[in-house]
Write a protein that binds this ligand. Sequence first.
Ligand SMILES: C[S@@+](CC[C@H](N)C(=O)[O-])C[C@H]1O[C@@H](n2cnc3c(N)ncnc32)[C@H](O)[C@@H]1O
Length: 245
Amino acid sequence: MQCNCATVVSAEECSLRPELEQHQEHIEMLDKIEPPQPSRIELEGFKRFSESLLWKLMRSFYDRQGALAWARGIVPHFITTNSFNSKAYTRVLQGFLADTARPCASESPMTQHLKFNPKEKFYIIELGAGSGKFSFLMLKALQDMRHLDFPLDNMVYVLTDFTQSNVKFWKGHPSLQPFLETGQLDFAIFDAEKDDEIRLCNSGVVLCPRRPTANPICVIANYLFDTLCQDIFQVYNGGLSQVRK
Ligand SMILES: C[S@@+](CC[C@H](N)C(=O)[O-])C[C@H]1O[C@@H](n2cnc3c(N)ncnc32)[C@H](O)[C@@H]1O
């Protein structure tokens, strides 16, 4: 039986050989053809990093994509936007509030100017909040916190971003509605590179240096600074030199 099979195979091999040889020739021919090179276009020459086109392109990307930048997985986010991280941030906030509430806080140079009035609003402002997922997880983590030295009802978590596309997305997101209704959440447009005031969409409150708030403000910037326009410097031969990109 085995013998017969072997005979049949070798007969097939014989009949296929010319085709295989031709196929092989085709492969060799294709190997010799140079693959087409993608054409490269120089967008700009070397220049100061902060003046690079890169920043304009990046802003335009976030503006055009809105929440799709995250939904399509273009911007990596699980590593920065997860419940472990939001709980860790919340514990830092808890520790900060506890430090300022200690009886000896007024004696320490670090905390003596940080006095909280629990009857006034305490604003937590998140810059470049993107999809708002991290903010939602923060709000949940704050809700679940057993002890906070400040009443949750008077905390206002403010989601901000430079682009209206993200603010529009947050406004329509059902998971954020319950927090909006209790006044624990508000939204604002804020460009961290140039704006110096924050006008809250729902309450209409304006936060700016000219109108100091009753309580200190807490600012959160999660995975933001690499997105803000900057220059690069290098220590070279004992001196500081600017890097051009
Ligand atoms: C890398 S994403 C991070 C988003 C979110 N914080 C997170 O952790 O997933 C950077 C965010 O910063 C925003 N952004 C970029 N430039 C900004 C600027 N000048 N001011 C405020 N937000 C800015 C973008 O729209 C985007 O939502």
